[in-house]
Design a protein around this ligand. Structure first.
Ligand SMILES: Nc1ncnc2c1ncn2[C@@H]1O[C@H](COP(=O)(O)OP(=O)(O)OP(=O)(O)O)[C@@H](O)[C@H]1O
Length: 534
């Protein structure tokens, strides 16, 4: 029975539709499809409903040309797998008809078997390879139909079915072409956007190189990561040995971020006595504790709209860690003694030189806070792992010194550079900077820094015989000049701490240990004496 015959039968109920109009309605239904998938679905529906077929499926050739996909059941069948009938039909380039019972026993592809499992074995299966008639793309896929022998035989001879199939193929080819173009355009737009993003990020990373010096691969990677982190609002955890530049990275992150116009508030958790840290961070209400005559904003409130940098986060006391976690998770906090909670919108950057995992093991740091802080973890490489950066850093520090002191620019001799490259730097970049400052101070204006000017290199005068006696004389002379004991002691203390920090390349833990002080006390003294606490 042909399409026309079936249409006639469908319209026996008196609907005023002639064969031509039915064909038109069918064509319209196909033409209105927006995508190849919709077209296939409509095509199958029209055939199934109008032709008395038991099963209709339309398989499409994937872009690779190696697979046939099926919209309805998601089956995917390889074109060169002859365990299913579609491969045979496409290989032969002409329709294939066989009994379903035979197909079930001969063609044991599991996806095909599943497709026809529920159909009676008495039916016939016809597979028609579909080809784009305009030649743009040779094979489109295959049409599979199961039905009575007479129905399938009628269809094969029906001119209207042939027209239907031809329209299906033309529309399919056109829609595929449009869809392909749309996909190509979308891919192009996407890669252009990525290219633009890539170029913008590259430009930012290059600009960052003026601030975070170093051409080593490790520094280049770090700068790229900083640019990425700055694009987000994620909490950043900076980990690295002392003096590797964590503070510098935190400031760069803020400058590059969308919050750059907001405040950047920083606090060193190790430098503030435990009792004060909470009110420094959270602020307090008036009368919250004895001496709190005025309400005071804490750093969290001051950092609203900007970035809060918590240095030495590993030293934060456990009770405060819990409160900080709450700020991170909800943005809510309560100043000391206040009755109401407040809301803050800030990006948190935390830094530590301590192995936080060990502190978690020792139950001195909360694991949940660690993971929350480290949404975007960044590790700063120690200087000894990027010795190629030493010369560039040293020259930049010498230039900084000259600019600060208003002196002509100082060069560094190749021998001094060699020595600088060979040193170990437990205090990392800070140690190198202190060393160059010292060497600059020891170098006569107009000269270049020589190896002898570097600390740790014996000076001829120091080794001269009798220097011990001179030392005693100098001490006596200095003592005779003291008129204010407190001030003299303060100066002496400041000098001693400064020297010790220089000796240990700025490593506060080592400096504090060598002076028999807790690290927190040393940090406190540095603040009191207005020494560079770093
Ligand atoms: N890549 C760099 N380029 C230029 N200067 C740098 C770089 N890294 C660090 N410095 C300088 O080295 C010194 C120490 O850096 P910073 O204070 O950022 O280290 P840190 O890792 O925060 O140290 P700590 O753990 O002791 O707090 C600063 O003077 C900083 O300006």
């Amino acid at each position: 029975m042909g399409v026309r015959a079936i249409d006639r039968r469908r319209n026996e109920g008196g609907q005023p539709t002639g064969p031509g109009l039915v064909g038109m309605a069918r064509a319209l239904a196909l033409v209105e499809s927006a995508t190849p998938a919709e077209l296939r679905e409509r095509g199958c529906g029209l055939l199934r409903d109008g032709q008395g077929l038991a099963w209709v499926a339309c398989l499409y050739l994937e872009e690779s040309g190696r697979w046939l996909g099926s919209d309805g059941d998601g089956a995917r069948l390889a074109c060169d797998d002859f365990r299913h009938p579609y491969a045979h039909a496409i290989r032969q380039g002409k329709p294939l008809r066989l009994g379903l019972a035979e197909a079930r026993t001969r063609l044991d592809h599991p996806d095909f078997q599943a497709q026809v499992a529920a159909l009676p074995g008495t039916l016939q299966l016809e597979v028609r390879p579909l080809r784009a008639l305009d030649g743009e793309r040779e094979w489109l896929g295959a049409l599979a139909m199961a039905g009575d022998d007479t129905v399938l035989a009628g269809l094969a001879e029906d001119a209207e079915f042939a027209a239907f199939e031809s329209l299906l193929c033309r529309l399919w080819a056109r829609l595929s072409r449009h869809q392909g173009e749309r996909h190509r355009e979308a891919r192009l737009r996407q890669s252009l956007a990525q290219l633009n993003d890539g170029a913008r990020r590259q430009a930012l990373a290059e600009r960052l190189a003026e601030d975070l010096l170093g051409t080593s691969a490790a520094m280049q990677t770090l700068r790229r990561q900083v640019v990425r982190a700055a694009e987000t609002n994620l909490a950043v955890l900076l980990q690295g040995e002392t003096g590797t530049g964590k503070d510098r990275v935190a400031r760069a992150l803020h400058r590059l971020s969308a919050r750059h116009a907001g405040p950047f508030m920083a606090i060193n958790c190790a430098a503030i006595p435990e009792a004060l840290l909470e009110s420094e961070l959270f602020g307090h209400a008036r009368g919250a504790f004895s001496g709190a005559d005025q309400a005071r904003e804490g750093l969290i409130s001051q950092a609203d709209g900007g970035t809060l940098f918590l240095d030495e986060i590993g030293d934060m006391p456990l009770p405060l860690q819990a409160k900080l976690l709450r700020v991170l998770e909800s943005g809510r906090y309560r100043p000391l003694g206040a009755s109401e909670e407040r809301q803050a919108d800030l990006r948190l950057v935390a830094a530590t030189h301590q192995p936080l995992r060990e502190r978690i093991r020792d139950q001195r740091f909360r694991a949940d806070l660690y993971y929350r802080l480290g949404q975007f973890p960044l590790t700063l490489p120690p200087l000894r792992e990027r010795r190629e950066d030493i010369a560039r850093l040293a020259e930049a520090f010498a230039a900084d010194f000259s600019a600060r002191e208003g002196r002509d620019e100082l060069g560094i001799t190749p021998a001094a550079l060699r020595q600088l490259r060979e040193r170990d730097y437990p205090g990392n970049v800070r140690e190198l900077k202190n060393l160059i400052d010292y060497a600059c101070a020891m170098t006569r204006p107009g000269d270049d820094i020589e190896p002898l000017a570097l600390p740790g290199q014996p000076e001829p005068e120091d080794t001269a015989p009798g220097s011990g006696a001179d030392g005693d004389d100098n001490a006596a002379a200095a003592a005779s000049k003291v008129h204010d004991l407190r001030r003299a002691l303060r100066d002496y203390e400041a000098d001693l701490i400064r020297q010790r920090l220089l000796l240990f390349g700025g490593n506060r833990a080592l400096a504090a240990e060598s002076l028999g002080l807790p690290k927190r006390t040393l940090a406190h003294k540095c603040r009191q004496l207005e020494l560079d606490a770093k």
